[in-house]
Design a protein. Structure first.
Length: 381
């Protein structure tokens, strides 16, 4: 007996520009072949529901013998082929997509990450994620959006646990409640993953330096750009990020000590600008010294209030009224540990130059979802 196409129940509209519907429950056909009888979600079912949250209509693709286990005319044929086209799933060495295989939490979170363009290496507090596991870069999403129930203070991801249809529905609902429905097109996400798979020099690190001379005038700081607040990770990653910042600062100052330089001091203004930019890149899935709104790192540092102490000080002589600041920004993406990111920066001439710059006295460190930002500052006079 052939298995019928699963049916869905969509209820409760979400207020958004596109007025898309949230998936709150899954109701599956009662006529199921005995070999597929399971209370858990299969790969085909997962691809179907994920694609239906992203596309108004799934293209009617045909297998034509391309994949060994995709039956022509089966209900899952267009979904599995579309998921493969968008690089949400991949065929195994035998050219199988395994539509009827039950999926676990680890695989489903990976599929969600690829479907919605979510950041990887999100900081989490799971205690059962080996750092070298294939799913280590995806697990943090489950923690950040509370996709699955967990027990504190030692939460576990349970990567091998199978998912019920209700659990899949709830996970998607939680993500859309938190992030809305404005995600990059699937074609853009697919092309980006393809491009990222091609090795490129300096893909994961970047450096930019600048100088700015501030003239003391009215005693007020430059106009500040509004700073967006990202709340997703605030409640449960603050302590971990603080630990990582301390590790990075310690390693940086060890390198400066070897070069006979004074240690850098953590500066709250530079920290705020670096943290905001790390979160901005992670949220919007880009990597550049120029933000999507066109702002430069110099503008980000100015908006942080880094110059305020000088501008508010008493100005008595021409020399007192003029100060030249040296500034720099180091970026990195994808490193898992503080030691890894500092080693990557020190192995690059330009990044090493910033870390060992004699004029720099202050540093701010930002960390979010595998993105690392250093903002440096100091005066030349």
């Amino acid at each position: 007996m052939a298995r019928n196409t699963p049916t869905f129940r969509f209820i409760t509209a979400v207020p958004c520009v596109l007025a898309l519907l949230l998936l709150l429950a899954l109701a599956f056909s009662q006529s199921r072949a005995s070999e597929f009888e399971t209370p858990y979600v299969t790969r085909a079912e997962a691809t179907m529901v994920l694609l239906l949250t992203r596309l108004p209509a799934v293209p009617a693709l045909k297998n034509n013998g391309r994949f060994a286990d995709i039956q022509s005319g089966a209900w899952y044929e267009p979904y599995m082929l579309a998921a493969e086209r968008f690089r949400i799933v991949q065929a195994d060495p035998l050219r199988r997509l395994r539509p009827n295989q039950t999926i676990n939490r680890a695989e489903f979170v990976k599929m969600m990450t690829y479907t919605f363009g979510l950041p990887q290496y999100v900081v989490h507090r799971y205690t059962d994620i080996p750092s070298d596991s294939w799913y280590a870069s995806f697990a943090g999403i489950a923690y950040a959006y509370q996709l699955f129930p967990r027990s504190e203070p030692s939460p576990k991801f349970e990567p091998g646990k199978f998912l019920t249809h209700k659990e899949v529905s709830n996970a998607i609902q939680k993500l859309l409640n938190a992030r809305g429905t404005n995600f990059p097109p699937l074609t853009v996400l697919s092309d980006a993953r393809h491009a990222a798979a091609v090795p490129k020099p300096y893909l994961t690190i970047s450096n930019l330096q600048d100088e700015v001379t501030i003239i003391h005038g009215t005693g007020t700081a430059p106009a500040r750009a509004p700073v967006s607040e990202f709340r997703i990770l605030d409640l449960f990653t603050g302590l971990r990020i603080s630990d990582l910042r301390t590790e990075v600062l310690t390693l940086v100052n060890e390198q400066r000590a070897k070069a006979g330089l004074l240690p850098l001091q953590a500066n709250i203004n530079l920290q705020n600008s670096a943290q905001h930019y790390a979160e901005d890149m992670a949220q919007k899935n880009f990597f550049s010294h120029v933000g999507l709104a066109g702002e430069t790192f110099r503008k980000r540092i100015e908006a942080s209030g880094y110059y305020d102490r000088f501008l508010r000080a008493t100005c008595t002589t021409a020399k007192d009224c003029r100060r030249t600041y040296a500034l720099a920004e180091n970026l990195a993406r994808g490193q898992k540990k503080a030691a890894d990111v500092v080693a990557a920066w020190m192995a690059s001439t330009e990044h090493r130059k910033a870390i060992l710059h004699p004029f720099f006295t202050d540093i701010g460190i930002g960390i979010s979802s595998g993105y690392w930002v250093q903002h440096f500052g100091g005066t030349k006079n």
